[in-house]
Design a protein. Structure first.
Lengths: 252, 264
């Protein structure tokens, strides 16, 4: 690991008195894959959106790549990218057209070459001239990941990136992200509701609950802390607000 | 402002129009329908209104110029809605793109749309009714410029409202311009309006443009005073509209509404 590329100090966000993110401080080291875990409403999306400058914090400071997000937004965002299942791309355009627009927005030199390279890696190069609306949900997710890697980001925020992928492609995607991390010291902030995936890909996990960090550590440390065998049981324990992981009878 | 980012955003819409026949048709369809409908009404009424000189010029000129304003507004608000409909807004706002580049791109698209629709309407009016819009002479340039400025102001207000209130405000994209049309002196002079409406009408830049157009047709004189008033009012409204956009963007970021605008 290297120096911190994401530094968050006393970050708070409240909406009309409801505190979504409550005085969070943490950092992400260069080349680290940080898993952000928490039940719905824990504050994960709000946190990621603040890190991307889409939500203005109520208090606190965000520094990415050593720069203050409030003052150096443009410089930071040119070296950062984001992919989420919540968003998509214009469906009337072909993959090539969509990616060309984003490549140009990021000021990428020789965009065609970069687009071909990434489409090839994600095994969707043959669909380059296909209209985006004709893609399956798995192919759309891969397109979103290609978009997220176009500008060779130093920091990548991924919000449930493998949600629509079949196990084979999801596994390839995780391996690929790890390989890119190893090659280029890419720093990743990753959210997923697939606990096995979180356990597998994350170097470190931050467990968020009601806007606060409940726990932080390697996946093994988190399991040990909650005395559970896997992250899913930890998740259930926290989400249900009690110390039992017993599942309802109809789910057993 | 980085021009390559503005160019990228324009290219996104050019890709869309080149690929979408309904969108391409829409640019020409409504101006054509308006022109046919009101053109024939004008020809019919002309039989009875013989004491009103240059009736066709008044009416068709007003119709084409109004469409320029409407296209200018739609060029901004509908182009923005395209991003909302395609859930692409967040993708754009996480790029280094500055809001001013976004605005510049939408205004450029609006210019392309209004020129295309305006020239098509002018050609069809000449073809069907032997009406030459260019009889308005050199005044035509500041007329079009002022109507475009007003269309942009309305378009930016619409976009800022959709940003803050979500797709509930979408109806403004189709109706807001028509809300001011009755007091814009498009087809009749301000003098025919009730006395209490006239001061409001004079606050609308397009009233000065259309009054100016009628002055050109009647006297041939360049309506400098009307154009100065229209330009000043437009600059005020456009500044207010841009401030309103930045204000709403700030509120949206503060309330965390961008995710809703970008994904609903």
């Amino acid at each position: 690991m290297g120096h911190p590329v994401v530094q968050v100090d006393h970050l708070t966000k409240s909406f009309n008195g409801f505190v979504a993110v409550n005085d969070l401080s943490f950092s992400i080291e260069e080349g680290e894959i940080l898993g952000l875990l928490g039940p719905n409403g824990a504050g994960k999306t709000t946190l990621i959106q603040m890190l991307l400058g889409l939500i203005t914090p109520t208090a606190g400071e965000i520094r990415i790549l050593g720069l203050d997000l409030k003052r150096r937004r443009e410089e930071i965002l040119s070296q950062v990218n984001f992919s989420s299942t919540y968003i998509s791309m214009p469906t009337s355009l072909t993959l090539r057209e969509n990616l060309t627009v984003f490549a140009k927005l990021y000021g990428i030199k020789n965009p065609e070459r970069r687009i071909d390279e990434l489409l090839d890696i994600f095994e969707i190069k043959r669909l380059k001239n296909t209209i985006t609306r004709h893609l399956s949900s798995g192919q759309l997710t891969r397109l979103s990941l290609v978009k997220a890697l176009l500008n060779r980001p130093k920091v990548l925020f991924l919000d449930e990136p493998t949600a629509s992928l079949d196990p084979d492609i999801a596994d390839k995607t995780r391996r690929l992200l790890r390989a890119i991390r190893d090659q280029s010291r890419l720093t990743l902030l990753y959210t997923s509701h697939n606990m096995k995936e979180m356990e597998e890909i994350s170097d470190r996990i931050l467990f968020l609950h009601q806007g606060r960090f409940l726990a932080s550590g390697t996946p093994a440390e988190i399991l040990s802390l909650f005395a559970e065998r896997n992250l899913e049981d930890v998740f259930l324990k926290v989400a249900r607000g009690n110390r039992t992981t017993d599942r309802p009878k109809d789910q057993v | 402002m980085k021009l390559y980012r503005v160019a990228a955003l324009i290219q996104r819409h050019l890709y869309l129009y080149q690929r979408s026949l309904p969108r391409m048709t829409e640019v020409f369809f409504w101006p054509l329908i308006d022109l046919l409908l009101w053109g024939f009404v004008t020809l019919y009424l002309q039989r009875f209104q013989t004491n009103l000189p240059k009736f066709v010029t008044f009416f068709l000129g007003a119709l084409i110029l109004w469409d320029i304003l409407y296209r200018a507004q739609q060029g901004i608000s509908v182009s923005f809605l395209e991003e909302v409909w395609s859930k692409n807004l967040l993708n754009l706002f996480v790029t280094p793109m500055h809001p001013s580049e976004f605005l510049a791109a939408l205004i450029s698209i609006s210019v392309l749309k209004l020129l295309t629709a305006g020239l098509a309407s002018a050609f069809l009016a000449w073809l069907f009714y032997s009406f030459n819009l260019f009889v308005l002479g050199v005044s035509l340039i500041p007329f079009v410029f002022n109507l475009a400025l007003m269309g942009w102001a309305i378009g930016i207000i619409t976009m800022a409202s959709i940003l803050l209130y979500g797709q509930e405000a979408e109806v403004m994209a189709w109706g807001l311009a028509f809300l001011v049309q009755p007091i814009s002196a498009v087809f009749y002079p301000v003098s025919v309006m009730p006395a209490w409406v006239r001061p409001i009408a004079w606050m609308i830049p397009s009233s000065h443009v259309f009054e100016g157009m009628r002055a050109v047709v009647e006297t041939g004189a360049f309506p400098l005073e009307e154009l100065i008033k229209a330009t000043l009012l437009n600059l005020i409204y456009l500044s207010l509209a841009i401030s309103f956009f930045y204000r709403n963007l700030r509120i949206v970021k503060d309330r965390g509404l961008l995710l809703r605008s970008g994904t609903e």
